[in-house]
Design a protein around this ligand. Structure first.
Ligand SMILES: C[C@H](O)[C@H](O)[C@H]1CNC2=NC(N)=NC(=O)C2=N1
Length: 140
């Protein structure tokens, strides 16, 4: 029975990433997680990947939007969540209709729960009208 409760608690805790709030990035207890921990949490944020950029682990996801203006609208939606959470992504709009977002915790030069919470909240944004029918491809 005990192990069943533990599993439930684990999944409850991690399954609700989008319902959690970010903590202050200045918190002294905050530390970058291992790549293994990041890969485990990755299962909770569909469409995102972990990339290593100069030994800094980051979450990354790309979307193709209908046009440049829709890309900026996308940024505005993300900005509202970021400001609400006090945790901010790196936003890129390249080739006029390719949105790329990187999320990492600058204060610890790596990944923390905050990044996965923000990614989960970005995944819940209503983007229907902004996205192109074509899929974003890795090399773009
Ligand atoms: C004081 C405030 O919490 C910090 O400056 C925040 C702002 N937003 C942030 N966003 C991210 N991604 N990493 C940070 O370290 C960070 N620090």
């Amino acid at each position: 029975m005990q192990s069943c409760k533990k599993k439930y608690a684990f999944f409850f805790f991690f399954a609700e990433l989008s319902k959690r709030s970010c903590v202050s990035c200045n918190s002294k207890d905050l530390q970058a997680m291992s790549e293994d921990s990041a890969k485990t949490l990755l299962e909770q944020v569909a469409g995102w990947e972990v990339k290593n950029e100069g030994d800094i682990l980051k979450l990354h996801r790309a979307w193709k939007v209908k046009n440049f203006a829709k890309g900026l609208e996308f940024f505005q939606l993300v900005a509202a969540v970021a400001e609400e959470e006090g945790h901010h992504p790196d936003l890129h709009l390249v080739g006029w209709n390719n949105v790329k977002i990187d999320v990492w915790t600058h204060s610890v030069s790596g990944l923390t729960d905050n990044d996965f919470i923000l990614a989960a909240k970005i995944n819940e944004l209503k983007l229907g009208g902004l996205l192109s029918k074509k899929k974003a491809t890795a090399q773009e």
